[in-house]
Write a protein that binds this ligand. Structure first.
Ligand code: ADP
Ligand code: MG
Length: 257
């Protein structure tokens, strides 16, 4: 196996395309969880993914940074194809930040330490500089005053904002969100969505699995509906919500809107 990052040559489009998924399939054992996924995400594009529970949303976005392995087809992120090549996987993970439903902060580290750990140990950023960058992002998510606290001392909404700040400290070019507000009490959802809206306005390429349709209408360039491991329908938000084409999409929307 080569130890160099293997770049896929796609002259002309490489600057504009952040993620390209071509004919991708995934199985969990015998279970065919993702079926012929085709998706091109332009740089700076904001995509919302929705669909019923179990439709494969998490699996699809987890494949994009190889938290799950696909078995067929191609996933290309910033010109780098996700294969078994560890250098490729590392290079892609450097580009892609991810936030989960359950914030996954380190409970024994302070907020500031959560934000500086990876920059210091993975990126070899000097501690003082890492702390300065972390404070900048904690400011952006409006919780600089919580820097010395431990995650357990914060509300869910605050913890999720720390998780977002922590991802941003690694300077990702692409952010993946997997239902970042679905574990939160209603009064905390808005504060996390506001941070995500602000991030979207910076031009970050984003894929967000969420059922927050207000967020989708406000920031999404495209809404994707998944069911049964397939992308059933996609459209710009206005068309998607007002004029859903497939019966399954219509039925899903009637349940959540
Ligand atoms: P969603 O995020 O849309 O709710 P998931 O991607 O989590 O859906 O799951 C899609 C399907 O794959 C579900 O039927 C789920 O039970 C199954 N699944 C998820 N993770 C695993 C796993 N590690 N092993 C086997 N089946 C799984
Ligand atoms: Mg999920």
């Amino acid at each position: 196996m080569s130890d160099a990052v293997q770049r896929v040559s796609t002259p002309g489009v490489s600057d504009e395309v952040a993620i390209q998924i071509i004919g991708m399939h995934k199985w969990y054992g015998q279970f065919h969880v993702l079926k012929d996924i085709n998706l091109t995400v332009r740089r700076g594009e904001r995509i919302v993914v929705c669909g019923p529970s179990g439709s494969g949303k998490s699996t699809m976005i987890r494949c994009i940074n190889r938290l799950e392995e696909h078995q067929q087809g191609q996933i290309i992120v910033d010109d780098i194809e996700l294969t078994g090549n560890l250098k490729n996987i590392d290079a892609i993970r450097r580009e892609v930040g991810m936030c989960f439903q359950h914030f996954n902060l380190f409970p024994h580290l302070t907020v500031l330490e959560n934000c500086t750990l990876a920059p210091i140990w993975v990126r070899k950023v000097p501690k003082a500089e890492a702390e300065e960058i972390a404070m900048e992002f904690l400011n952006k998510v409006r919780i600089p005053e919580q820097a010395a606290k431990y995650p357990g001392q914060l509300s869910g909404g605050q913890q999720q904002r720390v998780a977002i700040a922590r991802s941003l400290c690694m300077s990702p070019r692409i952010m993946l969100f997997d239902e970042p507000t679905s574990a939160l009490d209603p009064e905390m959802i808005a504060e996390v969505l506001e941070v995500m809206v602000n991030l979207a306005e910076t031009g970050m390429t984003m894929i967000c699995v969420t059922h927050e349709m207000g967020f989708a209408r406000k920031v999404a360039d495209r809404v994707i509906f998944m069911d049964g491991g397939e992308i059933i329908e996609q459209n710009e938000p206005e068309e998607f919500f007002n004029n859903p084409q497939s019966e399954r999409t219509q039925q899903f929307l009637s349940q959540i809107l």
